[in-house]
Structures are given as C-alpha cells and as structure tokens.
Write a protein that binds this ligand. Structure first.
Ligand SMILES: Cc1cc2nc3c(=O)[nH]c(=O)nc-3n(C[C@H](O)[C@H](O)[C@H](O)COP(=O)(O)OP(=O)(O)OC[C@H]3O[C@@H](n4cnc5c(N)ncnc54)[C@H](O)[C@@H]3O)c2cc1C
Ligand SMILES: CSCC(=O)[O-]
Length: 402
C-alpha cells in the first residue's frame, strides 16, 4: 500500500496487478465499479481486480446525459430499474461521496392519441410495481415547463411525470464507487486492456492483458459498446449491436429548464445542468461503429426537434458535441447473465439507457457473480431469452427510440 503522504488526496490506489484474483472485472465504468463495490461490501469478496483499458469512468459513464428514472413498462424492467432508483436515493450516504442525485423529475411527452394511450398504460403499469408516475394534461406540462411550445407541428397532448426521477453527476458516480471499492481492498488497474479471455476445459482461466496474464476463478465483463469484442475473445455470441450515440451541451444560460423533458415523437430530450448548460440528446446513429463520434445529421435533427419544442432556445449557442458507443440489444433490455463458459459472466446491452441503472446493475451483477446464479431481479435478463424467445421489449420506454 501507499504511505499516508503518498496516498493523501488520492481517491484510490493504482496498484500493479497480482498474478491471480478471485474475480476479475473487465471495464471500470460505473457498472463495473459498482459490481466491484457490491461484491466487496455485500458479499465480502474482496480479492477483486477491475481492469480498465483507458481511465476509469472514461467510457459511456462519462459521456451520458445523466437521466435517471425507473418508469419502464414491463414488470421485470420496472422492478430492476426501481431497485436502482432506491439505491440512488441513498447512494451519496452509502459511498460517502456526493453523486449529486437531483430528483427534479422526468417528463415523457405524448404527441398523438397512441402515445397518450401508451403513456397512460405505462403509468398504470408503473403503479402496480410501486414506481411513482402521474399523467399531466397539457396545461400541467406548461405549468412545469413554461417555455415549452405546446402547439408545434407535434402538439403536446400530455405526458408522464416521474417526480423521483432526475439527473446525477456521472463522473462522481464512477469516482464514488471507485473510492469506496478501493477502500474495501479492490484493485482498480487502469491502462490495462484485456486482450484475450483464456479458457480451459469449458471454464474461464483468466485474462491476457497489457500487463501480462492474470489468473482468475471468475471473469465478469462489463464493457458496454465493446461487449461483442470481449465476447468474441471467449467464443460467446451476443445479439448486441454497437452504435454511436451523440449528445451536446450549450453555452451556460440562466435557469430555464427545471426538469427533464423527453419526447419520442419529436425525438429529443433536454435538461439543464447545475452550471447552466442545456444538456441535449436524441437517438443513435443507425450505422454500426466503435468511434465515439457520430454524424452531423443526427445533431441537426436533434436541434430541429429541440427548437420545435422550445423556440425561445433557437439562438442559444452549442458549446460541445460528443459521442459514445452504445450496446443495443434486440429488445432494448440488458443482458446480465452467466454464459456457457464456466466462471464467465456478461453485463451489457444497456444501450442508450444504462446510466440510470448503474447501482442496480452492479448490485444484481455482484450477486450473480458471487453465487453463480442470477438474483431474482435479473433472472429474466439472461442471455438465454434470445433462444427461448421470452424477450422483454422496452423499445417504447427507451425514451428516444433506438
Ligand atoms: C451520449 C450518451 C447519452 C446517454 N444518456 C443516458 C442517460 O441520460 N441515461 C441513461 O440511463 N443512460 C444513458 N446513456 C447510456 C449509459 O451511458 C450507458 O448505458 C452506461 O453508462 C454504461 O455503463 P458501463 O459502465 O456499462 O459502460 P462504460 O462506462 O462505457 O464502461 C465500460 C468500460 O469498459 C472499458 N473497456 C472496453 N474494452 C475493454 C478491454 N478490452 N479491456 C479493459 N477495459 C475495456 C472501457 O474503456 C470503459 O471504460 C447514454 C450513453 C451515451 C453514449
Ligand atoms: C439517452 S436516453 C435516457 C433515458 O433512457 O432516460
């Protein structure tokens, strides 16, 4: 370990890898770091290494628009995301690190009769699962969002509102989980790409990395957009497509958006950061790619949609645009699962919406790795569903259609 002075101010150590660990987690994004934390805290498994090819929290965890909600349609999804929501509500205290979770509400707009019916159905389904949600009339939408244009080419006929939803500081989530896991003895090893997953007699043996071979009884892969790359190393087939997903922020302006507003039909969503930037996003670029960038037409389409809903923002300057690589599954639901290789587990397929699940994803994945069996909350999200056909289609709740 480091002396007090060496360690002073460091949130986590940077150890050299041991030759062997009980569990190796590939990917130090929010989900991987949360998995390590809950393995150590809940299951007492501390001989764990999180291997990260770049810097911790540098992937989608650092690149997302930070929306947190749990108002998904199907029981399996609503219960999993609601577990995450409940963990969010105590996360800063648990990690002793302010993740800046701001429950300012999340609004999903309806622009035609079908969306009205689908949205009201989802609110009722949410209530069965103990997920808060209410229907807003257009007047109620306007009361919460005074500068919205209700009468654009896509008239606002109402919307759902989840008041417990909101936003969080994405970097702080990664830093909080990393610091807490480190203090429980987890090794977080950055600049350590996994280049192969070694197997023997149908079981995982360990991983080859930029820092040499590391033996492990269990390997848990949480690499989001690179999931297919890692799966290929282990001969595992995943029904995952990797697409660019872009977002952008404006110059800081005075507080004018006090909640999160999402529209599937107009195809954009917006919130305002504590610094005053308007945080804007939409759907994926339709081509497959591993570049953390996207096409200009996606940004243009998104801004047209935003100006359609908020004409008053038409002269605000955009400051930054970026992209991530999202791992989209056929039913817009995650795969949190054992595989046919003994001791090898995958947690992926979160697509455009996994940040909101971060604590819940880590919590159930840690259980799955510790017990070699899924928790009741992720049992339905096994890779086998793509063989059995028991999909859980959440494209409608994915906020901005993939
Ligand atoms: C622009 C954008 C906006 C989004 N907005 C939202 C939102 O508002 N709300 C929401 O819920 N979700 C949102 N998402 C989705 C969300 O960001 C992701 O689902 C979630 O962050 C995935 O977390 P993760 O830890 O699994 O992945 P990541 O944070 O990407 O972590 C995976 C890590 O694995 C590492 N890795 C990859 N290959 C290797 C290797 N071979 N060896 C070692 N390490 C490796 C990567 O470097 C990376 O650090 C958005 C995504 C993007 C891109
Ligand atoms: C990128 S979309 C965010 C969400 O799913 O709420």
């Amino acid at each position: 370990g480091l002396s007090y002075h060496e360690n002073w101010g460091k949130a986590w150590h940077s150890p050299e890898p041991r030759k062997e660990y009980d569990v190796v987690i590939v990917g130090a994004g929010g989900h991987g770091l949360a998995t390590a934390y809950y393995l150590a805290k809940v299951h007492g498994i501390r001989n764990v290494a999180v291997l990260e090819k770049g810097w911790l929290g540098g992937g989608n965890t650092a690149r997302n628009t930070t929306i947190v909600r749990s108002n998904y349609l199907w029981d399996e999804s609503a219960q999993l995301y609601e577990k995450a929501m409940q963990l969010w509500e105590g996360l800063s205290q648990d990690l002793n690190y302010n993740v800046m979770f701001s429950q300012r509400g999340v609004m999903n707009l309806a622009h035609n009769l079908q969306e009205v019916r689908d949205t009201q159905r989802r609110i009722n389904a949410n209530r069965y699962n103990g997920v808060d949600g209410e229907w807003l009339t257009p007047a109620q939408v306007k009361e919460i969002v005074p500068n919205i244009n209700l009468d654009s080419r896509y008239p606002v006929l109402g919307g759902s509102f989840q008041r417990r939803g909101g936003v969080a500081r994405h970097d702080a989530v990664a830093w909080g989980f990393a610091r807490a896991a480190d203090r429980l003895g987890v090794h977080i090893i950055q600049n350590c790409p996994v280049t192969n997953i070694r197997r023997k007699d149908g079981a995982v043996e360990g991983v080859e990395t930029g820092k040499g071979f590391i033996k492990a009884k269990k390997v848990a892969v949480v690499v989001a957009g690179h999931s297919s790359v890692l799966a290929d190393m282990a001969g595992v087939r995943l029904p995952i497509e990797s697409h660019p997903l872009q977002a952008l922020v404006s110059e800081p302006v005075k507080p004018c958006i006090h909640t999160v507003i999402m529209s599937n039909a107009v195809h954009a969503y917006i919130s305002q950061s504590d610094k005053g930037d308007l945080v804007i996003g939409a759907g994926i670029d339709q081509y497959l790619g591993y570049g953390q960038r996207g096409s200009f037409h996606s940004i243009e389409h998104t801004l047209q949609a935003i100006v359609e809903m908020f004409p008053s923002l038409s002269r605000v300057r955009m400051n930054r645009q970026w992209g991530g690589i999202v791992d989209v599954s056929p039913d817009a639901c995650p795969i949190i699962s054992k595989t046919d290789v003994k001791g090898l587990y995958f947690n992926c397929g979160w697509g455009t919406g996994g940040f909101k699940a971060t604590p819940g994803s880590g919590w159930v994945f840690a259980h799955t790795v510790a017990h070699d069996e899924p928790h009741a909350l992720n049992k339905a999200f096994s890779i086998d569903r793509f063989y059995s056909g028991h999909l859980i289609d959440e494209h409608g709740a994915a906020a901005v259609a993939h």
